[in-house]
Design a protein around this ligand. Structure first.
Ligand code: FDA
Length: 535
C-alpha cells in the first residue's frame, strides 16, 4: 500500500540506503581476529579474555555453542555458526564487545536462554558474526519485604522460581512453564504462564530494567526513558540493546495450589468438551487457568490416531474451593476429587514441567532433552467451529508425524485488563486464547525434516479460516520466520517488516519502529525479524 503511493524518487531512496548500508556494515575477512584483538585491548580483564572467547579452533567451542541450543534444527551442518562466542563475566566485557563489533563490522547476536524458536540468538545469515552469550549473568536478588527481585538475563525461569521459593512460600512470578527458558528473551517478548490469568504476563510485572545501548551506556528505566522501557517489554530485546537485568514485582500465591490433568478421548465426548472449554476458558474465575492440549494417540483399531483432549489446570486455592467452582463453570468435564492434587506453587512448577518425584534442585539445570522442533502460533477471538476442529483432527492423522500437538492457552483475567497499547504485546481484551502448534521429531535426515516442516505449514494454511484475521495475529515468543523476514544486511524496510510486525504487535508496530529509529538509528542491533528503522 505504502509503496504504491511513493513517487519515483521516493522508491529510489530505499535502494540507495540499501547500497550504503551494506557497504558500511560489511566486515573485513579478518573481522573476527580484529574483533578478538579489539576485545583484549578494551576489556578491563584483558588477562582473562582467552577464557571468555571461543572460536572454532577452541576445543570447547562446540560445547559452549550447543550448551544453549534447544532445537536440533539448528545443529545441522548447513546451519551458520558464529566465528566467535563471547561469554562475559562483567558488564564491561559486554560494553567492550559492542564497541569492538562496531569497530570491526562483525555483527553480533545476543543469547540468554537460547530458546528462540528460529534460533535467532545464535544463528545469523549475515556471515561472519559473533554471539554474546549471557549465561554467566544468572544472579537473582529477591527482596521479600518489598516483594521485588532483580533478575539477571541469563537466569532461567526454573532458577528464578527456585530462588523465589527459597525465600518465600507465598510469593511467585507469572512467567512461562519450561524451566530452561531464559528471562532475557522470554520477558522481552511477553511471558505467559500458569498464573497469568490472575497476575498477567511477565511484562505486566516488570518495574525496571538495565540495558546497554548502542553507545555502550548502561541505562536504567529512568535513564532510558519511558519509550524504550515500553519497547523492551513485549517488543523483543534484540532490536534495542543488550538487556542486563530486570526488576520485577513478585505476586502473592496461597501456600497450597491445586493442579489437575484430565484426558478425554473422542469416544468420551472430546469435541463437546473442547467446544465448551472455548466458551468458558477466558471467563472463569481468574484464580483458575485451564490449558487445553489436542493430540493424537495410537489407540484406535483402524490404525488411525484417536484424538485426545487434555485439560491441564492450575487453581490458586485448595480442592474444596475448586470442586464447586468447576461444577459451576465446567460441569461437563466431570472433575473428581481424585483428579486433583494440592501442592505448593513451586511444586506445581515441577508438575507442569513434566517432572514427578525429582527434587526441586532440578529447576537449577540449564539443559533438558533435545529434539527437532517447529512451532507456530495463532490467536482466537471467537471459538473455532466444529469444522475447524475437524481440520486439526484430520491433520493430526496426516503426514505420519512423530509428535504433533495443538495447545490452547486461555487469556482473559488480568491479561485482558491491560490496554492494548500499554505494552507492545497487543493480544489483550477480546482475545479468547493463544494457539500453539508444535511438530516434534527425533528422526535424523532430510526426509523427516521436510515431512514435519511441510505438515506444519499445511496445518497453518488450513487453519486460516478459523482463527483471528486482519491481522492474523501471532505471538512474538513463538517466533516464526515463515511470517516474513527483513531484507538482507543492514537494510530493513518498514513496509517489508510490517508483514510480520503487524501480526506480532498490531497497532504498536509503528511506535516500536519510532523507538528503534530514535535509539538505534544505524540499525546496529538487528536480526531477520528485528524492528526496522523508519526511512
Ligand atoms: P534466546 O536467548 O534465544 O533469545 C530470544 C530472543 O531474545 C533473541 O532474539 C535474542 O537475541 C533476544 N535476547 C535474548 N537475550 C537478550 C538480552 N539480554 N538482551 C537483548 N536481547 C536478548 N513462552 C511463553 O510465553 N510461555 C511458555 O511457557 C514458554 N515455554 C517454552 C518452552 C520451550 C521448550 C521453548 C523452546 C520456548 C518456550 N517459550 C514460552 C518461548 C520463549 O518465551 C521464547 O522462545 C523466548 O524468547 C526465549 O528466551 P531465551 O532467553 O531463552 O531465548
Amino acid at each position: 500500500m505504502q509503496l504504491k503511493m511513493m513517487t519515483p524518487m521516493a522508491t529510489l531512496l530505499p535502494l540507495l540506503f540499501l547500497l550504503f548500508s551494506i557497504s558500511s556494515a560489511a566486515s573485513s575477512p579478518h573481522a573476527h581476529d580484529d574483533f578478538i584483538h579489539c576485545l583484549s585491548l578494551h576489556s578491563s580483564n584483558s588477562n582473562s579474555i582467552s577464557k571468555l572467547v571461543y572460536t572454532p579452533h577452541n576445543q570447547s567451542y562446540e560445547s559452549v555453542l550447543e550448551s544453549s541450543v534447544r532445537n536440533l534444527r539448528f545443529t545441522l551442518p548447513k546451519t551458520p555458526k558464529p566465528v566467535v562466542i563471547v561469554t562475559p563475566l562483567h558488564e564491561s566485557e559486554i560494553q567492550a564487545a559492542i564497541h569492538c563489533s562496531k569497530q570491526t563490522g562483525l555483527p553480533i547476536r545476543v543469547r540468554s536462554g537460547g530458546h528462540d524458536y528460529e534460533g535467532l540468538s545464535y544463528v545469523s545469515h549475515e556471515s561472519p558474526y559473533a554471539v554474546i552469550d549471557l549465561q554467566n549473568f544468572d544472579s537473582v536478588d529477591v527482596d521479600v519485604e518489598n516483594r521485588t527481585a532483580w533478575v539477571q538475563v541469563g537466569t532461567t525461569l526454573g532458577r528464578l522460581y527456585y530462588r523465589i521459593a527459597e525465600k518465600s512460600k507465598t510469593l511467585a512470578f507469572p512467567a512461562g512453564v519450561c524451566p530452561t527458558v531464559g528471562v532475557g528473551g522470554h520477558f522481552s517478548g511477553g511471558g505467559y504462564g500458569m498464573i497469568s490469568r490472575k497476575h498477567g504476563l511477565a511484562i505486566d510485572n516488570i518495574i525496571d530494567a538495565r540495558l546497554i545501548d548502542v553507545n555502550g551506556r548502561i541505562l536504567d528505566r529512568k535513564a532510558m526513558g519511558e519509550d524504550l522501557f515500553w519497547a523492551i517489554r513485549g517488543g523483543g530485546g534484540a532490536s534495542f540493546g543488550v538487556i542486563l537485568s530486570w526488576k520485577i514485582n513478585l505476586v502473592p500465591v496461597p501456600k497450597n495450589v491445586t493442579v489437575f490433568t484430565v484426558n478425554r478421548s473422542s469416544e468420551q465426548n472430546a469435541t463437546q468438551l473442547i467446544d465448551r472449554w472455548q466458551n468458558i476458558a477466558d471467563k472463569v474465575d481468574d484464580d483458575l487457568l485451564i490449558r487445553l492440549y489436542i493430540s493424537g494417540t495410537n489407540s484406535s483399531q483402524d490404525g488411525k490416531k484417536s484424538i485426545q483432549a487434555s485439560f491441564v489446570s492450575m487453581y490458586l486455592g485448595g480442592i474444596e474451593k475448586l470442586l464447586p467452582l468447576m461444577q459451576e463453570s465446567f460441569p461437563e468435564l466431570g472433575l473428581a476429587r481424585e483428579d486433583c492434587t494440592e501442592m505448593s506453587w513451586i511444586e506445581s512448577i515441577l508438575y507442569f514441567a513434566g517432572y514427578s518425584g525429582e527434587s526441586l534442585e532440578i529447576l537449577l539445570n540449564r539443559t533438558s532433552s533435545l529434539a527437532y522442533f517447529k512451532g507456530k502460533s495463532d490467536y482466537l477471538t471467537e471459538p473455532i467451529s466444529e469444522k475447524g476442529l475437524n481440520v486439526i483432527y484430520k491433520m493430526i492423522n496426516e503426514g505420519n508425524l512423530e509428535t504433533s500437538e495443538v495447545l490452547f492457552s486461555p487469556y482473559g483475567g488480568r491479561i485482558s485488563e491491560v490496554s492494548e497499547s500499554d505494552t507492545p504485546f497487543p493480544h489483550r481484551s477480546g482475545t479468547l486464547c493463544n494457539i500453539h502448534y508444535a511438530a516434534v521429531w527425533e528422526q535424523e535426515g532430510a526426509e523427516a525434516f521436510n515431512r514435519h516442516m511441510k505438515w506444519m505449514r499445511k496445518l497453518y494454511k488450513e487453519m486460516a479460516p478459523y482463527v483471528s484475521k486482519s491481522p492474523r495475529a501471532a505471538y512474538l515468543n513463538y517466533r516464526d520466520l515463515d511470517l516474513g523476514v527483513n531484507g538482507k544486511g543492514n537494510y530493513t524496510s518498514y513496509a517489508q517488516a510490517s508483514i510480520w510486525g503487524i501480526r506480532y504487535f498490531s497497532n504498536n508496530f509503528r511506535r516500536l519502529a519510532q523507538v528503534k529509529t530514535k535509539v538505534d538509528p544505524s540499525n546496529f542491533f538487528r536480526n531477520e525479524q528485528s524492528i526496522p528503522v523508519l526511512a
